[in-house]
Design a protein. Structure first.
Length: 294
């Protein structure tokens, strides 16, 4: 009888352990993207840009073009995983322009991560705001943008005072609910407004400011969420929607093509930045709480 009850106790313990492990590992469909080895990511580094950069390929003192560092060459430990409270944290040194990017393509998902800036800056941003970003629907080769560092994509900006802004990367375009820009004024996102186009081959620049400042004060960890479904997307800061976007696309030289899936890039942009709790969850429809925004 004693052996019988011991066996039951062991079965119950195993079952409880399995349930706890599964709930922590999968958390209602969320998949962890960050481990100690960056096993789900590749990387690309371009240049250590200098003040006065004009968008042209950098040259050496003899006028010869300098080649970018390229793929999966972690010069000066630009991308490292450190431990904070027994959790992996991705440290991006920022000295070189570039990115880590997912090995996998994603379409129709919710992405969450926490981010904060470090203290180090590099040229050409030593006298400018800390800057980075999450680039989504990333396709093609790296280095096709102005800074020769990233893939064609849409940018969810992470910048001091500008968490959630939009930039187009390379030939991307998108429509955003925003107040019309006027003169030298920037467009500002707001869900009460109509959708207007931004980016390549549109009447507006490739930049739109987020609705409001919602990041955590004093450079503490800020949670950002990106929701993407069939060309629609939401930029969310600490649970607050700061931008509503749709009709994601790119110009192929002759016409627009849909841009609704791809890799996820985390930028290195001349500033030290830290990322943690990076996780993604596939979705088969726009979440009900956001449908009314479109």
């Amino acid at each position: 009888m004693k052996k019988y009850f011991t066996l039951i106790a062991l079965v119950l313990l195993f079952s409880l352990t399995s349930v706890t492990k599964n709930s922590n590992s999968f958390e209602d469909g969320w998949v962890n993207l960050l481990d100690n080895n960056l096993s789900k990511w590749d990387m690309y580094l371009s240049y250590k840009h200098q003040n006065g950069y004009s968008g042209k390929i950098p040259t050496d003192p003899n006028g010869n073009e300098i080649q970018p560092i390229g793929y999966n060459k972690n010069v000066n430990n630009m991308f490292t995983v450190i431990q904070e409270n027994n959790e992996p944290v991705l440290k991006v040194a920022g000295e070189y322009y570039g990115c880590v990017f997912t090995k996998e393509n994603f379409k129709n998902y919710r992405l969450k991560l926490k981010v904060k800036f470090g203290t180090k800056k590099w040229e050409p941003r030593t006298d400018k705001l800390m800057d980075a970003g999450v680039l989504y629907h990333s396709q093609g080769k790296a280095g096709v943008d102005y800074w020769r560092a990233w893939m064609l994509s849409q940018e969810f900006q992470i910048m001091e005072g500008h968490f959630g802004d939009y930039w187009n990367i390379a030939n991307a375009a998108i429509d955003i609910r925003a107040y019309l820009p006027e003169g030298g004024m920037n467009a500002v996102a707001d869900e009460s407004q109509n959708f207007i186009p931004f980016g390549t081959h549109t009447e507006n620049t490739g930049f739109c400011m987020r609705k409001m400042r919602a990041e955590t004060p004093n450079n503490d960890w800020t949670e950002i969420e990106l929701v993407c479904f069939e060309g629609k997307s939401l930029h969310i800061i600490n649970g607050k929607v700061v931008m509503v976007l749709q009709n994601s696309r790119y110009f192929d030289g002759e016409k627009f093509q849909p841009l609704t899936e791809g890799k996820i890039q985390l930028q290195s942009e001349a500033g030290e930045v830290f990322y943690k709790d990076i996780k993604i969850k596939p979705i088969n429809k726009m979440p009900a709480e956001f449908e009314k925004l479109f």
